[in-house]
Design a protein. Structure first.
Length: 247
């Protein structure tokens, strides 16, 4: 086989694999997702099941609890094309679609980056929750961070996100691209703050409360460097649940 013919066969095989992967993703049930990239470990704890390690192309069902290990990053894709990147030392649970909105997941601790795929150019309503926040999205890209005190940081790359405290959902703060907000257990969300760069770096961004958060920037900078060197998710993020709590 000539080099040109070999290259054509390799290209054809790659196209076929991509098409098969897309077809498989489309066959996922509502509320399910597939592991499409994984560095390190991703542990699944299903309902009344023993914990087990997930591998590439494994499927996550509604209600499954997931946990990434140290130095671990996982990328999951839902049937509608939406994706969730789960960063090191994080715990999430996938939820079901309710009558009016898709409850995509609940973040217990750590950090994620979410891209909600629009449906034929139209909004694709989703809702996420954390111990302190309710996050409403309409087709967008954003990051969420939860620390050890349950304080939640939401930062938006694209689109519009509504953030409210779970105890007072009517007091909502709207975040546009390039804005972030902290939500703590005993107070409504902070007013929107501007940040620069990608949303997964927003916990390192300069803001009006700089110097008061106690975020431990030297430790966070180390997390940025460590995560960016991981294969398959290079440059994907910096947030981690293993930080000092903000004040």
């Amino acid at each position: 086989m000539t080099p040109v013919a070999r290259s054509r066969w390799i290209l054809l095989a790659a196209v076929l694999l991509a098409a098969l992967g897309k077809l498989h993703a489309q066959e996922l049930a509502p509320g399910a997702a597939q592991v499409v990239s994984l560095t390190g470990t991703l542990t699944l704890k299903g309902f009344r099941q023993e914990s087990r390690l997930l591998r590439l192309r494994d499927t996550v069902q509604s209600g499954d609890e997931l946990a990434t290990g140290e130095n671990s990053v996982a990328l999951l894709r839902a049937a509608d094309g939406s994706t969730v990147t789960i960063y090191p030392d994080s715990r999430v649970i996938f939820n079901e679609r309710s009558a009016d909105v898709r409850e995509l997941l609940h973040l217990f601790l750590g950090s994620i980056k979410v891209h909600i795929e629009k449906l034929s150019g139209r909004p694709n309503p989703h809702k996420l929750t954390t111990p302190t926040a309710v996050i409403a999205v309409r087709g967008t890209t954003f990051s969420v961070f939860v620390d050890e005190t349950d304080a939640t940081l939401v930062a938006v790359d694209e689109g519009l996100v509504g953030v409210a405290n779970v105890q007072s959902p009517d007091q909502e703060v709207l975040l546009k691209a390039g804005q972030r907000s902290w939500v703590r257990s005993d107070q409504p969300p902070q007013q929107a703050q501007a940040f620069r760069g990608r949303s997964e770096r927003a916990d390192l961004a300069q803001g009006s409360s700089q110097g008061k958060m106690g975020m431990g920037n030297s430790g966070m900078a180390a997390e940025v460097s460590r995560t960016q060197t991981m294969g398959g998710t290079q440059g994907m993020g910096s947030m981690s649940g293993r930080t000092n709590p903000p004040h």
